[in-house]
Design a binder for this molecule. Structure first.
Ligand SMILES: [Zn+2]
Length: 84
């Protein structure tokens, strides 16, 4: 888990560090879910994006990262064929 210390603006906004946005493939204007739970605020992507091609269609999670079925198949075939 990464951690960052940020100050909230007078309008209630907080900037998400670029390293975290890149890690989760979050792009500008992506919808986010904001939840309050046990005294904490949890912000997560509304639609998880594929780390490789950027689609949000049919994306699943693999070790906490988004991957679409097409990219998962390409990665599997690459590993199987020794190309990766
Ligand atoms: Zn993909």
């Amino acid at each position: 888990m990464e951690r960052a210390y940020k100050k909230m603006t007078s309008h209630g906004s907080i900037n998400v560090p670029v390293a975290m946005r890149r890690s989760l493939a979050i792009e500008p204007k992506d919808a986010m879910v904001v939840e309050e739970k046990d005294g904490k605020i949890i912000i997560s992507p509304y639609n998880v994006r594929c780390q490789f091609c950027g689609t949000t269609d049919g994306v699943g999670s693999f070790y906490g990262k988004g991957i679409c079925p097409d990219c998962a198949r390409k990665a599997y075939e690459g590993l199987k064929g020794g190309r990766l």
